[in-house]
Design a binder for this molecule. Structure first.
Ligand code: AMP
Ligand code: GLY
Length: 451
């Protein structure tokens, strides 16, 4: 029996979801997004451009294509109640309704929820409606993370003592005049992401990923939606051990238990500190870029997970290929503060596959590619597929993912693939996944733990 699946969203994360769904024999895939993503378009039986925060438009398209199941990529659609509308229309939606998505969309709610339910890993925090009261709190508390309570595309947080001074944080608060802000203890350590498939109390976790939020190499510059990410050929990452991973899994499980009836992906952003695992935030969906590391490694049929979630069956246990992956985004020059759109994108899946094959052959020092030398994948993100070609917009453009036995080899694969793109009008963080940066993370954790 085939299932008609509607994917909502048109970024790199959604291209990775589309690829995973399309790999299932029993799935017929449709998609809708604000931009025409050529990677998603090539995998779907139909693609509609529409406003993904408009529940009526998305539901009308779902009904027009006869969708049985929907998967929602972006948080803004969840916040707008798209899952509520689809569920009401009888289309089972793998993604939480707006009330449950508040675990992501309202940072004040998220912290109070953790506190009320004794979920481990909650930093000290205070929430403010009054900007001057928040500024006075900054004056008396030193280093803090300053967070607008609502969604900001990952770009709203200011960390005092890291990115900004206390004076700059206060100036920002006065300037932006947010309705509510959360001020919380500044956590020091290394960040990692865990994403879990969740339905009727079942939790199926995926390998840990490390994202790189800062815009420039060496972790400098403003926060972005994420410039790139890596996984190791294990569930955990080089700077952590399995116990740290399991501690984070316990936090996810406790959160799912407290949320009651949550469905979709619960994403935990964690800080591994000298005192253990702390929660930076929760998201109510896959991470972008993290989905591009995780989903290509998923060996379990994605559609089986969706169908079990819908039918109230136990979710299948997940298996993952034991590969390392390195994902690097190409973003428009000037991103995120003054992005310049309109660059023609010349990279395509064929040139990426060719670059990966050539590198594999090189590595094997023979005529045949060596399997362990890995592969590379291309995911289109916020680009627009027009008659004249594929053009960048003001957000992240496309990502390449190297897949290999080790992080070092996966990084080299990603770079070989990127070289096929050229760099006119685009910028990449070349340091992501390189041995020097990964070792810095390991050394940082050793230093914090006094080892
Ligand atoms: P968020 O939007 O909450 O994920 O925050 C964006 C980024 O700000 C995180 O990925 C962290 O790098 C940083 N951040 C957020 N909260 C804290 C905190 N309490 N301590 C230190 N850094 C933080
Ligand atoms: N990579 C961070 C996020 O998806 O929010």
């Amino acid at each position: 029996m085939t299932e008609t699946v509607l994917l909502v969203g048109g970024g790199g994360r959604e291209h990775a979801i589309a690829r995973a769904v399309a790999a299932s024999e029993g799935a017929t895939l449709y998609a809708c997004a604000g931009n025409r993503n050529p990677g998603i378009g090539a995998l779907t039986a139909g693609f509609e451009t529409l406003e993904t925060t408009d529940p009526t438009a998305v539901t009308a398209y779902a009904e027009a294509v006869g969708a049985d199941i929907a998967v929602i990529g972006p948080e803004a659609a969840l916040e707008a109640g798209v899952a509520d509308a689809l569920d009401d229309a009888g289309v089972y939606t793998f993604g939480p309704q707006a009330e449950q998505a508040r675990i992501e969309t309202d940072k004040g709610f998220q912290r109070r929820f953790m506190q009320d339910h004794d979920i481990p890993g909650c930093p000290d925090f205070e929430e403010f409606r009054d900007t001057e009261a928040a500024c006075a709190y900054i004056d008396s508390h030193g280093d803090l993370a300053v967070k607008p309570a609502g969604l900001t595309g990952g770009k709203g947080v200011r960390v005092i003592g890291d990115q900004v001074t206390a004076e700059e944080a206060k100036a920002h608060l006065r300037d932006a005049d947010y309705d509510r802000v959360v001020l919380e203890e500044r956590l020091v350590g290394e960040e990692f992401t865990l994403q879990a498939f969740v339905a009727h109390g079942d939790v199926r976790v995926t390998p840990a990923v490390q994202d790189h939020k800062r815009a420039y190499e060496g972790d400098e510059g403003p926060n972005t939606g994420g410039m790139g990410s890596y996984t190791d050929a294990a569930l955990h990452l080089p700077f952590m051990d399995e116990d740290d991973y399991l501690e984070a899994v316990d936090v996810i499980q406790a959160t799912v238990d407290a949320l009651e009836g949550y469905k979709g992906v619960l994403y935990g952003q964690f800080m591994l500190t000298a005192e253990g695992v702390k929660v930076v935030e929760f998201n109510a969906r896959f991470g972008d870029p993290e989905a591009m590391n995780t989903l290509p490694a998923l060996e379990t049929d994605f559609l089986d997970v969706l169908v079990a979630a819908r039918d109230g069956d136990s979710l299948p246990q997940l298996t993952f290929a034991r590969n390392a992956t390195v994902c690097k985004y190409a973003v428009p020059d000037g991103y995120p503060t003054e992005p310049e759109a309109g660059t023609k994108v010349t990279i395509d899946a064929d040139s990426v596959a060719r670059a990966a094959r050539e590198r594999a052959t090189e590595e094997s020092s023979g005529d045949e590619p060596r399997d362990s030398a890995g592969d590379a994948l291309l995911f289109y993100a916020s680009v627009d597929d027009r008659e004249e070609g594929i053009y960048t917009t003001t957000s992240r453009s496309f990502a390449v993912v190297g897949v290999a036995d080790t992080i070092t080899e996966a990084e080299a694969q990603a770079e070989a693939a990127l070289a096929a793109a050229g760099d006119e009008g685009l910028r990449t963080r070349h340091d992501i996944g390189k041995p020097g940066l990964v070792q810095r993370r390991v050394d940082h954790m050793r230093e914090l733990r006094g080892e």
